[in-house]
Write a protein that binds this ligand. Structure first.
Ligand code: HEC
Length: 125
């Protein structure tokens, strides 16, 4: 694709630890403590919403650049259909949200981390 990202920045262990703490408090009840989401997350509920998806390698969180992930977590999903994903803008700062994303990154495989860094870097160009 012509543009190759520079090496991914190292994750800051303090940010990852803080993100894990915030994830456990704010996200684990729906997305599960091990980030595996709910079973059948690809099948709509009766009300048209979808169950919480996983954030691990089996999900699609790592397909999205940082900027989009911060936006989803802060402002919710705006995809034209009802969504059960809460908005955290009034509760968490952008910096706190970024630590949660760092925590999720730290648990992804090498390939997933590399892909997500590539799309994040491209979005910033
Ligand atoms: C009340 C349950 C609930 C809580 C708590 C919750 N989520 Fe979600 N989340 C959902 C649901 C349901 C979806 C799927 C929404 C859809 O597809 O419409 C979702 C979707 C997402 C997505 C988009 C899908 C993806 O993998 O890219 C992200 C990112 C996300 N959540 C992150 C978080 C983070 C981070 C927290 C904690 C700060 C959190 N969620 C807390 C229910 C929840």
């Amino acid at each position: 694709m012509g543009f190759t990202a520079p090496p991914a920045p190292e994750l800051d262990p303090e940010s990852v630890a803080e993100g894990e703490r915030l994830y456990t408090t704010n996200c684990a009840s729906c997305h599960m403590p091990d980030r595996s989401g709910q079973p059948n997350w690809k099948i709509a509920n009766d009300d048209g919403t979808y169950p919480p998806p996983p954030h691990d390698n089996s999900g699609h969180t790592w397909h999205h650049p940082d900027e989009l992930l911060v936006g989803i977590i802060r402002d919710g999903l705006d995809v034209g259909v009802p969504s059960a994903m809460p908005t955290f803008g009034g509760l968490l700062s952008d910096d706190e949200i970024s630590t949660i994303i760092d925590f999720l990154k730290s648990e992804w495989g090498e390939q997933e981390q590399a892909f997500q860094w590539q799309v994040t870097w491209q979005g910033e160009q």
